[in-house]
Design a binder for this molecule. Structure first.
Ligand code: PEP
Length: 247
């Protein structure tokens, strides 16, 4: 049975107080699509204000530290995110894997910490262009998954996987329908191997240059259970048509 779709926006390092009006517009217009789960992962400094202003809407973070507390200057714990009103977090985004040199092991600890404290997780995986061109995309992504997945799924909250080819993020390029289908099917298979029948309940999102003009085609692909959207999540006029395509 098809899973309910999740369309999550990743604002990255975009958004000031004034942009909360846009988050409000997105939350309001999302109500027209009750069959779709919609979330916005805003910069951490905006989480509390966004969550207060939009109590019925899912506000997420873009990263979290694995430790509960301690000497980790500049980092934010799962408990802090909860306290601020976030109910999910992205982990392992390729921009962090690259710029902050986050390893699979680190991503796994973050996912485990978040899930064990009731925070939903969107765990990102994806290959570089060089890997895709040498024909190693599937084995690389499945390898990342093996290294980053928590040992067990949480009964309290949800894990989703976002397949985000690095070369498709913010570039306007996207893989072919067959390439997306092949990767999502490989991810599904690995999730089943790891978690048995529960692996079928893990949503697999596609991310990388999703916009209104390609969303319908992407959402029609088997095992695409939603999208993680960067640039096109900043404005309701760009984002809501993607939500509509998932409905
Ligand atoms: C992202 O960074 O998660 C992303 C998918 O970005 P964009 O939609 O802009 O390609």
């Amino acid at each position: 049975m098809a899973l309910r779709k999740l369309v999550a926006g990743n604002w990255k390092m975009h958004g000031l107080s004034a942009d909360l009006a846009e988050a409000k517009a997105i939350a309001e217009q999302s109500k027209d699509y009750p069959g779709v789960d919609v979330a916005l992962c805003v910069p951490s400094i905006l989480i509390e204000r966004a969550a207060r202003a939009l109590p019925d809407f899912t506000i997420g973070a873009q990263d979290v530290h694995h430790a509960e507390k301690g000497a980790h200057t500049g980092c934010i714990s799962v408990q802090m995110l909860h306290d601020a009103g976030a109910s999910l977090t992205i982990v392992g985004h390729s921009e962090r894997r690259e710029a902050q040199r986050e390893s699979d092991e680190e991503v796994k600890s973050k996912a485990t910490a978040a899930l064990s404290c009731g925070l939903a997780v969107i765990l990102c995986v994806g290959e570089s262009l060089e890997v895709r061109e040498r024909g190693a995309a599937v084995e690389t992504v499945v390898g990342q998954l093996d290294g980053s997945l928590p040992h067990v799924l949480s009964s309290e909250t949800e894990l989703a996987i976002a397949y985000e080819p690095i070369w498709a993020i913010g570039t306007g390029k996207i893989p072919t329908v067959d390439e997306i289908a092949e990767m999502h099917s490989a991810i599904r298979q690995r999730l089943r191997e790891r978690f048995g029948a529960d692996g079928d309940q893990v949503r697999i999102l596609y991310g990388g240059s999703v916009k209104a003009s390609n969303a319908v085609e992407i959402f029609a692909i088997a095992d695409v259970d939603g999208a993680l959207v960067g640039g096109a999540s900043l404005k309701a006029t760009d984002f809501i048509p993607i939500v509509a395509a998932a409905a």
